[in-house]
Design a protein around this ligand. Sequence first.
Ligand code: GDP
Length: 334
Amino acid sequence: MKQYKPKNRLTAQAYIDGVLAGNRVLLARAITIIESNLESDKILAKEIVQAILPASGKSIRIGITGVPGVGKSTFIESFGKYLVAKGKKVATLSIDPSSQRSKGSILGDKTRMEELANLEEAFIRPSASGDTLGGVANKTGETMLLCEAGGYDIILIETVGVGQSETAVHAMTDFFLLLMLSGAGDELQGIKKGIMEMADMVVINKADGDNVVMSEMAKLQYQNALHIFPLADSGWSPVVSTASAIKNIGIDRVWEEVLNYKKLVDENGYFEKNRNEQQIEWMYSNVNEELKRLFYNSELVKSKLKDIETAVVSTKISPVKAAQQLIDAFKGAL
Ligand code: GDP
């Protein structure tokens, strides 16, 4: 089958030069190529990412999560504007694996963070779409590298705190921020213990008006809850604070803590160690994904699946032996 090749593509070098020069239009167009599933674009994307790699990696990568409605976009708008006012260039990306399956995204199709989006020093890119979380995470990860090469000092990666996507964001960021609300237990907020454990900072948002006292109480509760966890490999003890994203209260504290964290992990070597481990993990998760894809797309495997499933269900063959037969068939087909 002849592959459709878009006519408006530039040469790889044009994208590379544009990204490195901080050209937002070319950055956005390069990201479109990364997000594309066309074979010709995949080749182009690899060339672009490889070339900009030496210029990437110099930002602070901050993951932000919390259930829908907690105030993520309001917070990012305030925080982003605060950082821009401090002279930073801020890129905001998101991972929203829901958009493909449900045809509507949890993060919302509404225009988010409009004021931030209008600033010259800010760049906002909604979530890439994809069939698998791994695929979406890959695209977001490469987009992050492009943004860094384009001179963005701070990368904010947002996700909803309801699935596996937080783990994906955690795996590609330096600092992990969890937004919570007062007056609701963890169960109510749908936040799993594992996510609490990943947090470097918990911010109780909407600490304004009648909610201030409750928020202070929630802060104490979370402080106690976090003390139970063993000290993280980073050597950092997670911080809990309150904020009002809408009233711009407590936003400076978040930045202060990010800087405190950065200082600590630069000094104790964790920053670099963690980045290195993340790179290696990223590689292996791609190997896993690709192997899986090759396996399930193998015609020989596909032709055997039904019969082997039937044999397993009728206990003619054990699941372990059946799996081995499929793997053997796959290896034979290579
Ligand atoms: P997201 O779904 O997590 O991105 O949440 P949004 O940022 O869209 O916020 C959900 C709702 O909470 C909106 O109506 C916001 O105006 C409101 N909100 C966000 N932050 C605050 C805050 O600090 N205080 C109050 N009172 N409302 C807030």
